[in-house]
Design a protein. Structure first.
Length: 55
């Protein structure tokens, strides 16, 4: 299960399940050649996605 959302503030957010655990990544790549993903520091996104997955 993967969810991909493009936000208005030019951040790409990727919601994934990794080994059955919810993870939220953010990408701010501007050149389009290579995506550089990192786990988001946004705890609201993390907990919201975890609540969706665990219910």
């Amino acid at each position: 299960m993967r969810y991909y959302i493009r936000t208005r503030i030019t951040n790409d957010i990727l919601f994934i399940l990794h080994n059955t655990q919810p993870e939220v990544y953010v990408c701010q790549t501007t050149n389009g050649d290579k995506l550089e993903l990192k786990l988001t520091n946004n705890t609201e996104l993390q907990s919201g996605f975890a609540n969706i997955v665990n219910h």
